[in-house]
Design a protein. Structure first.
Length: 534
């Protein structure tokens, strides 16, 4: 009898161990206050004047204190901006020309999500200063179009200090307003509770966003996973284009740090659960459930997230030559635009990557958004000497496959076609650090490349402050300095003479200094003092 029981227990154990992970998982998610593992999002709060073309749609709010009448502006937050436009058009508050700026690209299926009935999905917000010059807001939290029953929120110095600090759970407690708003769910308007947070500090403007995310738990292969879901903090609903997902194997009650954009999953990306890959395939309108489907074993995993195989690119470059991504090189794929300021800010670092690393092992490929003629001229004038591909209509499929919706967007793809780094790991000075690791190049070898030249420029400092230098020796183009032996250094090939320079720090403390130095036939190193602060 005892042996039989042992055999029975072993059979049950083996059966449990051989139990396959489910093909589909529906994660039930509960609402959680705060921003959790996500960076809070927000949009600019703008006043709607009587002359504004959308003024007929604005709520007519009463009850503003008379002493504030000339000191504040009235704006609003919309739970669903498109519904707001749609109902305004169908109720003849705005004309078709104005409405179709936002409605013309909607498919019939997408249009069916909205109703011509008036849905009270707007919250009025008064914002500005009081008589003492303090920043204030009044929020119509109960959505009754009356400020008389609402409190005036005055932003304190402590609020300012907390809101400007590194995002963490502490700032989730500042300037929060529980509101009630109506949202159309496809069948009827339903009342929804939402939390708004208002930030009056960034770029001297008032900003508003929602505060709250969803979290649930799922077990796969006897392991518990915790799934967090965000909609970008702009509205109560969860649209597939906006959702962000974080999967963790332990429960975190208080987040002191946020996940980088590289670590957050988007719709149709893969989460790893119990040794299996699961694709995010659906989300309910209010984020109550998230559906994951198991990726078939043996089927290639293509995508734009870390670990996925990058989509093949087979096209013609700007110079007329055929280009294929699957060429055995490590490739830095850079989506950019000639009109994009942040893209141009990366040029000095991309030029250095091309100079110091490009060859049989590594290449840079730019895919640029602009008219072809403009692009050709821009590439030539800015000496972008790596492969460039014109986005254009012919290559629109590349943009769609790589889900490019902002610039710059950057991916590092290894010899086997796997995505091994992206975005922030490939920006600024971090680009060189990432390439050293991925290309297996030693720091000593890189230091020799960086300091090569007739003269080595040096600035004392550490890794907390990064530096760029420009001057008449570089045609006033900025050149990155790199940290070598406790000095920020760069080698230059320059002739004897007198040179002026501007030294600029990058990061939170963006100091700038100017000065001059001289070079004679015996000069090999120049330690720059921080002479005159600009």
């Amino acid at each position: 009898m005892k042996n039989a029981l042992i055999w029975y227990a072993l059979i049950i154990l083996v059966a449990c161990q051989n139990k396959e992970a489910p093909n589909e998982i529906v994660v039930v998610l509960d609402e959680v206050a705060g921003s959790g593992p996500f960076y809070p999002g927000k949009g600019a709060l703008s006043a709607i004047s009587p002359e504004d073309e959308l003024a007929p749609l604005r709520e007519n709010v009463i009850g503003l204190p008379k002493e504030l009448d000339s000191l504040v502006q009235i704006g609003q937050w919309e739970a669903d901006f498109v519904q707001w436009i749609y109902q305004g058009y169908h109720n003849q508050l705005i004309d078709s020309t104005l409405a179709y700026r936002w409605l013309e690209d909607l498919t019939p299926k997408e249009m069916a999500k909205y109703t011509p009935e008036m849905v009270d999905g707007q919250i009025a917000i008064a914002f500005g200063h009081n008589l003492s010059g303090q920043k204030i807001v009044i929020v119509d939290t109960n959505n009754d179009e009356d400020f008389a029953d609402e409190e005036v929120y005055i932003f304190s110095e402590q609020d300012s200090a907390t809101l400007t600090a590194t995002p963490n759970s502490d700032r989730d407690q500042i300037a929060v307003f529980p509101v009630v708003v109506d949202v159309y769910d496809g069948n009827q308007a339903r009342e929804v509770n939402q939390i708004l947070q208002i930030d009056p500090l960034t770029h001297n403007r008032f900003w508003v966003g929602t505060l709250g995310y969803r979290r649930g738990e799922v077990a796969v292969d006897n392991r518990d996973y915790y799934v967090s879901l965000s909609n970008g903090f702009y509205r109560p609903t969860y649209e597939t284009d906006d959702i962000l997902v974080v999967v963790e194997d332990s429960l975190v009650e208080r987040y002191h740090h946020k996940y980088s954009p590289d670590s957050v999953l988007a719709f149709q990306e893969m989460a790893q659960l119990g040794g299996e890959l699961y694709q995010i395939t659906d989300v309910s309108l209010f984020g109550d459930t998230l559906t994951l489907e198991k990726h078939p074993k043996g089927e290639a995993w293509q995508g734009t997230q870390l670990g996925a195989t990058a989509y093949e690119i087979d096209t013609t470059s700007l110079s007329g030559e055929r280009y294929q991504l699957s060429n055995g090189k490590v490739t830095l794929l850079d989506f950019w635009g000639t009109w994009c300021g942040p893209c141009r800010s990366e040029f000095p670092f991309l030029k250095d990557a091309h100079t110091f690393f490009a060859g049989d092992q590594f290449e840079i490929v730019g895919i640029a958004s602009d008219r072809r003629k403009t692009l050709v001229k821009f590439v030539d004038e800015n000496q972008l000497d790596w492969t460039q591909i014109h986005q254009g209509r012919r290559n629109q499929e590349i943009i769609e496959r790589y889900r490019i919706d902002s610039y710059p967007s950057t991916f590092l793809i290894d010899e086997q076609g796997k995505i091994v780094a992206k975005e922030q790991k490939l920006r600024g000075h971090q680009l060189a650090k990432t390439l050293l690791t991925k290309l297996n190049i030693s720091e000593d070898e890189f230091a020799a490349k960086v300091t090569a030249g007739s003269v080595a420029i040096q600035v004392a400092g550490d890794d907390r402050q990064r530096w760029m230098i420009s001057g008449d020796f570089s045609d006033n183009q900025p050149l990155p300095l790199y940290l070598v032996d406790k000095y920020w250094q760069r080698g230059l090939d320059i002739l004897p003479g007198d040179y002026s320079y501007t030294l600029k720090a990058l990061g939170g403390n963006s100091e700038s200094y100017e000065g001059s130095f001289s070079v004679d036939g015996n000069t090999t190193e120049i330690l720059l003092p921080k002479n005159t602060q600009l």
